[in-house]
Ligand binder design. Structure first.
Ligand code: GTP
Ligand code: MG
Ligand code: ZN
Length: 349
């Protein structure tokens, strides 16, 4: 099972019935799941009793999950009785819902954030992805695809922009056309580890995974004149490469809310976080308090002002995202009232 990503962490927590065995979720199609174990792939359904006890979408198995499944000898269809605890995950908050998460994938070792250096590159979006990855407990890699479509200077500027924002994750620029950089990526893909590829539609995720497989397994899309994609991939799937790495392709993603992102931000801006421990006040906001070590580092040119600004902006945004829907509504209302009374005050003058 280790070749499917199984390890001691799961073994210690697995608590299947004696009649069940463990298998990993390779794909989810409506109410059927495609599972894989050491013998091969087979289809399965969730047991009725499981569906009775679990109603939230993140309580249902997603790609990458380990499950306890009952399969009669000689049959090729299973019944899932339990979901094993997730070691890591990638998830986003469901719109307007405070307790439900939309799972993207589970038990990932690495999330490969893919942006195209042609039209798609965006530092703010990259930072949001990084926060989501850190929050879920996986390690981030950054891929800049379509390097064949931009001048080397453009790529160099994007790399510099990422580094000066204080982002330390490994970055691999590559082209699926010239195959430049493909070897660098191959070196990062380890047997038995799970890699989830995320990014906007049309950046070349499926094309890349096909290259890694060595054949056209996944459907890829034609690109419009602007280089924008069209959501060619509609299904997530866990695929084992010849080298032994497990990869998950994803449909292109639109913007998402950040979840409980405080820890994630601190992680992706480890430099700024480390400095804040030297600020005079432990709850320093790094916006002008005396004895602020972060502002001192900005003045000394050790960290860029832009990095601090995006750190502060992201923190503010994540605090907003961490609020419950009701709190957000209240905040909006309070703000509306504030504006109204301020206007009245002006009129009275
Ligand atoms: N010039 C160039 N084109 C590329 C590269 N990688 C992919 N493409 C093209 O970009 C288009 C979209 O590629 P896909 O692999 O379908 O993109 P995707 O990220 O899987 O898109 P979704 O499935 O919609 O999320 C295809 O026409 C590819 O041939 C690259 O490195 N350079
Ligand atoms: Mg695709
Ligand atoms: Zn400070």
């Amino acid at each position: 099972m280790n070749e499917l990503g199984w390890n001691d962490w799961f073994a210690r927590r697995a608590d299947c019935k004696p009649t069940d065995t463990v298998a990993r979720v390779a794909a989810v199609d409506r109410d059927q799941l495609l599972l894989v174990d050491q013998i091969g792939q087979f289809r399965a359904k969730l047991a009725g009793s499981y569906l009775h006890r679990h109603h939230l979408s993140h309580e249902l198995p997603c790609v990458g999950d380990w499950v306890c499944v009952e399969k009669q000898p000689g049959e090729d269809f299973g019944v899932i009785h339990a979901l094993l605890e997730r070691r890591t995950s990638l998830r986003r908050k469901s719109a307007g819902n405070v307790i439900e998460y939309q799972m993207i994938a589970a038990n990932l070792d690495y999330v490969v954030i893919v942006q195209s250096c042609h039209f798609d590159f965006n530092l703010n979006r990259l930072e949001r992805y990084l926060v989501m990855v850190m929050e879920g407990g996986a390690e981030p890699y950054i891929l800049l695809t379509k390097s064949d479509l931009v001048e080397p200077a453009v790529l160099a500027a994007q790399l510099a922009e990422i580094r000066s924002a204080g982002i330390t994750a490994p970055i691999v620029p590559l082209s699926n056309i010239t195959r430049d950089g493909l070897d660098d990526l191959q070196r990062l893909l380890l047997p038995g580890k799970t890699y989830c590829f995320v990014g906007s539609s049309g950046v070349g995720k499926s094309t890349l995974i096909n290259q890694l497989i060595g054949r056209e397994k996944l459907e890829t899309g034609a690109v419009s004149g602007t280089g924008e994609g069209r959501h060619t991939t509609v299904r997530r799937e866990l695929i084992r490469l010849d080298g032994g790495a497990l990869v998950i392709d994803n449909p292109g993603m639109r913007e998402f809310g950040i979840l409980g992102a405080e820890g994630g931000i601190e992680g992706s801006y480890s430099g700024i976080t480390a400095l804040s421990s030297r600020c005079r006040y432990h709850d320093c906001s790094h916006t002008g308090e005396p004895g602020c070590a972060v502002l001192a580092a900005v003045d000394a040119g050790e960290i860029s002002r832009e990095a601090l600004e995006s750190f502060l902006k992201l923190k503010e945004e994540s605090a907003f995202n961490d609020m419950s829907y009701a709190e957000k509504r209240k905040k909006d209302r309070d703000f509306g009232r504030y504006i109204k009374s301020a206007k009245n005050d002006l009129r009275k003058r």
